[in-house]
Design a protein around this ligand. Sequence first.
Ligand SMILES: C[S@@+](CC[C@H](N)C(=O)[O-])C[C@H]1O[C@@H](n2cnc3c(N)ncnc32)[C@H](O)[C@@H]1O
Length: 267
Amino acid sequence: MRTELPGWAPADIDLQRPNAARVYDYLLGGASNFEVDRVFAHRLLERAPEAGVILRHNRAFLGRAVRFCVEQGIRQFLDLGSGIPTVGNVHEIAQRLAPGCRIVYVDNEPIAVAHSELMLEDNDDADVVLADLLKVDAVLGAEPVRRLIDFTRPMAVIMAAVLHFIPDEADPHGVVARYVDAMAPGSFLVLSHGADTGQERYQALRRMYDQSSTPAAVRTRERILTFMAGTELVEPGMVWAPHWRPETGTADPLAPAVICAAVGRKP
Ligand SMILES: C[S@@+](CC[C@H](N)C(=O)[O-])C[C@H]1O[C@@H](n2cnc3c(N)ncnc32)[C@H](O)[C@@H]1O
């Protein structure tokens, strides 16, 4: 498939295969995606018309979790696998509630990073790093991270809808443990992750991602829970994303149960 490259797109991106960041952007109504991503997204929607709703619930969880962290006194955030900027970016929520909050976004998808750079041009308290979150030393040692994050003070590390793109061979549990190690006591780990519910149609979606540049690695709820090791889960524990502290007090009972969500506090 031949796709014209718009001016905002870095020259070295892979346009032959769909990519999770750009498919996610399209399903959330964004414009930073290509034909190959849109075709893929429509194939996903054919199999699971609720895909867009699922992603919006994930995004809404992220917003509530950031607000919760700010309410707990957190003023610095490291958002790993932050994605293409869209509605309710972490710095917008955190800095609106507490001006001066510091945020570093990390993503390995060049378009996500290019758009984040544009968005943050005039924001001295937020920055973005193009990096693979698996390279923990490179991420923690990156200049924007050293400049904006004080590791002696509590922070929030966010990994929303990203670890299900990391296969077990890459040792995601070991990687998360290293980020938890780096956090000061009183810090929070914010996590959401697609769960293996055993339903055939979601297995089919996972198999579709094998053809993308970001194959999916969904896990059982029990296995996802083990990512929270070294933290104490805040109420209500690990639940389906729409059920994590819903704004109205109760979650929509018909909301799809696909993405697990949790926030843990490092004691
Ligand atoms: C589904 S999006 C989630 C975006 C955002 N965290 C959210 O929940 O709304 C997943 C993001 O993770 C990024 N990603 C996947 N693997 C990554 C890796 N190894 N290192 C950094 N980012 C990664 C993708 O490029 C994509 O932007």
